[in-house]
Design a protein around this ligand. Structure first.
Ligand code: NAD
Length: 260
């Protein structure tokens, strides 16, 4: 169990990250939430975790595009909550457009949030994990870390990048009892997926129903969305002793998408 351990989950005010934070807290971990949202809703989530699971829950508003805010988030979490034993790099955004119309600032933002922020959090959290001789680093990658789709240049590049970063970190930390893995979900029904439907309708000239059935679920042989709780259960398993020899892996949870 994660009792008396501390987990930092980036991008955990919504979707997959929030489900992971809940699952870790249920397993006994203190958690540090991060991400954007309405302050009162975030405070409600934070205090609900403390009340429901009897753990400490903190919140950092650090912007994952800002390396100095990321370093401060890790420092403050260690001071206020506890040494970071589990780090989940999960914050991510999407943008859908053909390359020649893709705004350069969107490219930079997606590379910063979906890829570079994981480098910065690891840089800050690894020394403590090494000193204590235990750690778990889990990166939320994507089926798009293994295969591509058109109109998602920055996202696919960032996700392929985080798969490579995961392997490198796993090798560097292999003898320190620190495992580093990525989870690669297919389509999970979250605000991130819902928000890209209008852009995909525009880019491909389709209706909402066509985007859901002919684009999103078309990719998944099971014809079902992955759930946030399924992803959270895998993340929690990766923190267990049973998973101590899983490192450098890219674990797909994609309804068969990347088998095709
Ligand atoms: P979501 O939109 O529900 O959550 C994204 C989280 O990231 C939110 O908490 C948001 O506030 C936070 N965030 C965004 N920009 C940030 C920034 N600059 N700084 C700090 N936090 C920021 O999306 P989700 O679907 O739960 O996505 C979570 C992760 O899972 C992402 O990395 C995404 O690429 C990945 N993923 C999602 C799916 C899917 O189908 N939903 C599939 C594969 C991978």
């Amino acid at each position: 169990s994660l009792k008396s351990k501390t987990a930092l989950v980036t991008g955990s005010t919504s979707g997959i990250g929030l489900a992971i934070a809940h699952s870790f807290a249920k397993d006994g971990a203190n958690v540090v939430l991060n991400g954007f949202g309405k302050p009162d809703e975030i405070e409600r989530e934070r205090s609900a975790i403390e009340a429901e699971f009897g753990v400490k829950a903190a919140y950092s508003a650090a912007d994952m595009t800002k390396p100095d805010e990321i370093a401060a988030m890790v420092r403050e979490a260690e001071a206020r909550v506890g040494a970071i034993d589990v780090l989940v790099n999960n914050a991510g955004i999407q943008f859908v457009a053909p390359i020649e119309e893709f705004p350069p600032e969107k490219w930079d933002q997606i590379i910063a949030i979906n890829l570079s922020s994981a480098f910065h959090t690891m840089r800050a959290a690894i020394p403590g994990m090494k000193a204590r001789g235990w750690g778990r680093i889990i990166n939320t990658a994507s089926a798009h870390s293994l295969v591509a789709s058109p109109f998602k240049a920055a996202y696919v590049a960032a996700k392929h990048g985080i798969a490579g970063l995961t392997k490198t970190a796993a090798l560097e930390l292999a003898t320190h009892k620190i495992t580093v893995n990525c989870i690669s979900p297919g389509y999970v029904w979250t605000p991130l997926v819902e928000a890209q439907i209008p852009d995909t309708m525009r880019a491909r000239g389709l209706t909402k129903e066509q985007v859901i059935n002919d684009v999103l679920l078309q990719a998944q042989p099971t014809k079902q969305f992955v759930t946030v709780d399924q992803v959270a259960a895998l993340a929690t398993f990766l923190c267990s002793d049973a998973a101590s020899q899983i490192t450098g892996a890219n674990l797909s949870m994609d309804g068969g998408w990347t088998a095709e």
